[in-house]
Design a protein around this ligand. Structure first.
Ligand code: AP5
Ligand code: MG
Length: 212
């Protein structure tokens, strides 16, 4: 199964991919997580991509494609979170799939209005131990010690960066909905609902698509 999760910052791509990966037996590939891991490693590449990440700008296409490609080739089944983000990246993904003789199964667009997203991002916390995504109010970390944390805010979750990321989403990423709708791959899901209901709707819609 090869599925793209598309959606604005805070729509829940990471949250849903983490919940779906085990359920559907697919690898969760998040280009944002790949970028953050490279930054944490302190490498030259990490220093280069950090400039873009912290400002909420996209990492240049040729760099991000090189970073993502080994993961795409490696896994038999994946949920892509945060890639592609513009038409050039979508075309690079088409080429990578052609090379391995595989097709996309579905593109799930998570939809929620910008005001809801800002509230979600400002309350987001990510566990440094498990990578799991939480929200201080909507999905708090477990109190039974099930996740040791610590639970950190992301460097790019400042108000300025959030605004810039949403602007880029509407300009460059949202048009991909048409790109995939034209190929009859697009599924839209209401991401303003509670987290488990969004997961359920994605699973139902993907199943239905498989039966088409
Ligand atoms: P990336 O890590 O992908 O960040 P993003 O695009 O800004 O998206 P987010 O991770 O903020 O949103 P999400 O949809 O995953 O939301 P989440 O599930 O966490 O990219 C970061 C940076 O890396 C980019 O800015 C760029 O610099 C670089 N980069 C990455 N990919 C790139 C690419 N392809 N090309 C170029 N550069 C690239 O949820 C958010 C919060 O909401 C959480 O707290 C969660 O608990 C809560 N929540 C989720 N769903 C619900 C719900 N239904 N109800 C209530 N709360 C919810
Ligand atoms: Mg994410």
């Amino acid at each position: 199964m090869r599925i793209i999760l598309l959606g604005p910052q805070g729509a829940g791509k990471g949250t849903q991919a983490q919940r779906l990966a085990d359920k559907v037996g697919a690898a969760h590939i998040s280009t944002g997580d790949i970028v953050r891991a490279e930054i944490k490693s302190g490498s030259e590449l990490g220093k280069k991509v950090q400039e873009y990440n912290d400002k909420g700008e996209l990492v240049p296409d040729e760099i991000i494609v090189e970073m993502a490609k080994p993961y795409l080739d490696d896994a038999d089944a994946w949920l892509l979170d945060g890639f592609p983000r513009n038409e050039a990246q979508a075309k690079a993904l088409d080429e990578a799939l052609d090379d391995i003789g595989e097709d996309l199964d579905a593109v799930v667009a998570l939809e929620a209005p910008d005001d809801a997203l800002v509230e979600r991002l400002s309350g987001r916390r990510q566990s440094q131990a498990t990578g799991k995504i939480y929200h201080v109010e909507f999905d708090p970390p477990p109190e039974d010690g099930g996740d040791p944390g610590p639970f950190m805010q992301r460097d790019d979750d400042s108000e300025e960066s959030i605004r810039r990321r949403l602007e880029i989403y509407h300009e460059q990423t949202e048009p991909l909905k048409d790109y995939y709708a034209e190929r009859d791959l697009l599924i839209t899901v209401d991401a303003e609902q509670e987290i488990p209901k969004v997961t359920e709707d994605i699973l139902t819609a993907v199943d239905r698509k498989g039966d088409d």
